[in-house]
Design a protein around this ligand. Structure first.
Ligand SMILES: [Zn+2]
Length: 322
């Protein structure tokens, strides 16, 4: 029995998984990583034992735990390093925090790396060089090279959210200007949607704002799919900017596939279409000849399955109880 935990910027997802990575039980709830590790870790310490008990699983049957977090991770230490989306978590000892509820080995990695492991497992080694992009509150990239996850020399490989898309762009939470994350991820989409609603340019978004009191990225996606021109322009702009950065990655890395996942990827077909168009316009012909850009194959469960893959692989590698 494996435990997969996916801590997102705004969500907490826990799964109990069989060794073949089938999901036995799953719990998802909203969470806010900006509030610091205290509330989320306390939630985990009460939820996980309760899930095990509900499913009749003794705690000592847990072989390993895999945890994904939305920031740069020192993989060997299992700690976040200066995560822009979760400032209170810098160097926080996640593994030690969970020691009181399980003796099983615990492995922590960046959430997008776990998505890449999930896709790698799903593809059964049929493709060896690919990228997995997560677009949510932030933007990140998991890199698979010759059939192995590539973490780089210090573990920060694929942190593409802070690549500059426009030097004169808005200020990013990292302190620089015009990072693709600050211009195209969920908060930017919502800010543009609010502006379109409040200025009266988008009657559909104004109506949604009046009804709900707020907007989220899914609202802008729904308005776009319903034919609202302003919402459609916001979705396309986000896709175009992300595609612009991906074109550089394609020229540099020559992947055979790019899988797009994360909450914003479900915003509508126009998002993926704009990414594809931007990549094909800006990349070398040879690098795009057989390139496929599609949605991540396991949908919203990609990260959870990947957390299970991480737990299984690392427990086997370290000679743990698995
Ligand atoms: Zn930035």
């Amino acid at each position: 029995m494996l435990v997969g935990i996916d801590i997102g910027a705004t969500s907490l997802d826990i799964a109990l998984l069989r060794p073949d990575l089938g999901i036995i039980a799953r719990h998802a709830q909203e969470a806010d990583v900006e509030a610091g590790p205290g509330p989320i870790m306390a939630r985990l310490r009460s939820l996980l034992p309760a899930m095990l008990a509900q499913n009749g699983i003794a705690p000592d049957r847990v072989l390993a735990v895999g945890i994904g977090v939305p920031g740069p991770v020192n993989f060997a230490a299992g700690q976040l390093v200066n995560p822009p989306l979760m400032p209170g978590w810098d160097s926080y000892a996640i593994r030690e925090d969970l020691r009181e509820i399980t003796d099983a080995p615990i492995f922590v990695d960046n959430d997008v790396n776990l998505m890449a492991l999930g896709v790698l497992w799903r593809q059964r080694k049929q493709i060896e060089n690919f990228l997995v992009i997560k677009v949510g509150t932030g933007i990140g990239c998991g890199i698979v090279c010759h059939g192995e996850l590539y973490r780089g020399s210090t573990g920060s490989a694929g942190d593409i959210g802070h690549i500059c898309a426009d030097v004169a762009g808005p200020l990013c939470r990292c302190g620089n200007r015009g990072c693709v994350e600050a211009m195209a991820a969920a908060p930017a989409i919502v800010a543009m949607g609010l502006e379109a609603a409040q200025s009266g340019r988008s009657p559909a978004l104004a109506e949604r704002l009046a009804a709900k009191g707020l907007l989220d990225a899914a609202d802008i996606g729904a308005a776009s799919r319903a034919g609202d021109a302003e919402a459609d322009a916001i979705v396309r702009r986000s896709g175009r900017l992300i595609g612009q950065v991906l074109a550089a990655l394609v020229n540099f890395y020559n992947p055979s596939h790019i899988f797009i996942g994360g909450g914003v990827s479900a915003i509508g077909p126009m998002f993926l279409a704009a990414i594809r168009q931007s990549v094909s316009q800006r990349s070398l012909a040879l690098s795009t000849r057989h390139l496929e850009i599609t949605s991540a194959p396991l949908g919203p469960e990609t990260g959870l399955i990947g957390a299970g893959v991480l737990a299984m692989r690392e427990a086997l590698r370290s000679g743990g109880p698995a």
